[in-house]
Design a protein around this ligand. Structure first.
Ligand code: FPP
Length: 228
């Protein structure tokens, strides 16, 4: 969800206003994704590197997350959305952690869209935490080092049990992954769109998905036409 700061700057507004408008775009996107029958939507809401931002901006992002959960959780639950959080949990304020865990617990049995919120998330950190847990299990004799393969690693990621993303859409014209789902995105299609996140809407989503749908995915094999 990139470009909130630039959206605000272009209007002579403080960056925080960009983040507030970003939450509106987020709500509209969650709604559109549900209506389109998309099974999983992952939003990169706060990275493990975002702590480097000015204190007031970090505070605003924390407040927006709290507000979003307090205001929107009941409706998400009614619509059958299952909330899942990925990211490190050990250095979060207790009130934020409680809210995130409450959202997961309340919606755990829902069967609709899975809304994954990447909060305090960094892919390298996730991989390192998974490696640490595996090492602990080997040390405890629960796991043999010889059996560690990609599936074992997968099962120790924050995203365990979720499908790999088919497509990652990055807004604002930047063309990089910025420590997002590096492990999971091995065969993901990447779509980069120029629009700034607060301007992202259903039309922008549909156009990004049309771009994705035109791709030929081979997963390391050969395309159907060549194979036949
Ligand atoms: C990137 O834009 C955006 C973020 C770092 C925060 C995204 C967060 C929200 C939209 C709201 C909070 C989340 C929830 C789940 C309610 P940027 O600030 O890097 O923009 P810039 O690159 O133009 O400066």
């Amino acid at each position: 969800m990139d470009g909130n700061g630039r959206w605000a700057k272009a209007r002579g507004l403080p960056r925080t206003m960009g983040h507030r408008r970003g939450v509106e775009a987020l709500r509209a996107t969650v709604r559109a994704v549900g209506e389109m029958g998309i099974k999983v939507l992952t939003l990169f809401a706060f990275s493990s590197e975002n702590w480097r931002r000015p204190r007031e901006e970090v505070g605003e992002l924390m407040s927006l997350l709290k507000l979003f959960i307090r205001r929107d959780l009941a409706e998400l639950h009614r619509e059958g959305v299952r909330v899942r959080i990925i990211g490190a949990r050990d250095n979060l304020q207790p009130d934020i952690l409680n809210l995130l865990e409450e959202a997961e617990a309340l919606t755990a049995a829902n069967q609709g869209t899975v809304l994954v919120i990447a909060f305090n998330y960094g892919s390298r950190d996730e991989i390192a935490r998974a490696a640490r847990r595996i090492a602990e299990r080997v040390a405890a004799g629960e796991l043999s080092a010889a059996t560690i393969d990609a599936d074992v690693l997968d099962a120790h990621m924050d995203t365990a049990g979720l499908p790999e993303p088919d497509v990652i859409i990055r807004t604002s014209g930047e063309q990089r992954l910025s420590n997002f789902l590096l492990w999971q995105a091995a065969y993901t299609e990447l779509v980069f769109v120029p629009c700034l996140w607060p301007d992202f809407d259903r039309d922008a989503l549909e156009s990004a998905l049309a771009d994705y749908a035109a791709r030929n995915r081979r997963f390391g094999g050969v395309s159907q036409e060549i194979a036949s």
